[in-house]
Write a protein that binds this ligand. Structure first.
Ligand code: CP
Length: 319
């Protein structure tokens, strides 16, 4: 595996999942794999889980991680080809990325969408420019439209739960929209749909208010319901996430609190496990009663970010 930007880079989801669960049992199994090598983590946007879990994963493999908050400490980067840089940008990615390629063995990037122009965001200009010019493997720590490390983590967590529930042959997984106070990217939802569909081992349903359709390239073939209760029926896993509108791009039409999952609604499910990528706005996206209750596996899920990152970094180092 050369890069890790989307599912298209992954030869086998099952292999990454099995390897990740192996690392969870034995974190230092490959503690010398990355010895003498360095990994650069560049953040153009905030992070808690991705930042620390990727560093812990790197350390477990003997890699030395170095973190840089580009948004706060770096030169303002220009990404447009043939740009006349007479504005606020100071350094072109064409110049910065090859330099980073000399310092590091693997480069990891987090960059969010603007949510202003769909074509620009969905072109994934920032991360593709890093891939084009760095000359070393690039790992997405979440890009404008996708969050593959999160999705791999989610499948690892679902697999782990299923190993403890041998009666569930094909789990019903429901991705449900949740309210929020501001428009959020579609990355986690896009990516979750992309990975669950590629995994192919679940009965997958998406539920959201009308007008919140995701990009059909990711949801193609998925059952989509606008009635949350109907979608939740007999679910084994409920993945809760807000996202802004895709068609009339980056908007928030409704903040309907009725869409916040309740314990009462969970009675419709097959004692579903509740997932969320975090950070979560308590009592807006998900209630205290659900987050602090027996259905929630959000901490287990966030903990598994380490093993997902370790599995991906290991695969890149081995190739
Ligand atoms: N889920 C996730 O990516 O969390 P952070 O934004 O804190 O990294």
């Amino acid at each position: 595996m050369k890069n890790f930007i989307s599912i298209a880079d992954v030869p086998s989801i099952d292999h990454l999942v099995t390897q990740a669960l192996g690392y969870k049992k034995n974190p230092y199994a490959d503690k010398t794999l990355g010895q003498g090598k360095k990994i650069g983590l560049l953040f153009l946007n905030p992070s808690l889980r991705t930042r620390f879990s990727t560093q812990v994963a790197a350390l477990n493999l003997g890699l030395e991680p170095l973190v840089f908050n580009v948004d706060k400490e770096g030169w303002a980067l220009e990404f447009e080809e043939e740009a006349i840089m007479s504005g606020n940008t100071v350094e072109h990615i064409k110049d910065a990325a090859p330099v980073l390629g000399k310092y590091f063995d693997i480069l990891c990037i987090r960059t969010f969408p603007s949510l202003k122009n769909r074509e620009d965001d969905y072109s994934e200009l920032y991360i593709t420019q890093f891939v084009k010019y760095a000359g070393i493997p690039v790992v997405s720590l979440e890009s404008a439209t996708l969050h593959p490390l999160q999705s791999l983590t989610d499948i690892i967590t679902i697999t782990e739960c299923l190993q403890n529930s041998p009666g569930i042959a094909k789990p019903k997984i429901v991705l449900t929209w949740a309210p929020h106070v501001k428009p959020l990217p579609q990355c986690v939802a896009n990516s979750f749909a992309q990975w669950i569909n590629a995994w192919g081992k679940a009965d997958f349903v998406i539920t959201h208010p009308e007008d919140y359709d995701l990009d059909p390239r990711f949801t193609k073939g998925t059952r989509i319901l606008h009635n949350q209760d109907a979608a939740l029926k007999d679910a084994d896993f409920v993945y809760v996430k807000n996202w802004s509108t895709y068609k009339d791009y980056g908007k928030m039409y409704t903040n309907d609190p009725e869409w916040m999952l309740s314990n009462e609604q969970l009675l419709l499910t097959n004692q579903a496990k509740v997932m969320h990528c975090l950070p979560v706005r308590r009592n807006v996206e998900l209630s205290d009663e659900v987050l602090d209750g027996p259905h929630s596996i959000v901490t287990q899920q966030a903990g598994n970010r380490v093993w997902a990152a370790q599995s991906v970094l290991s695969e890149i180092l081995k190739s």
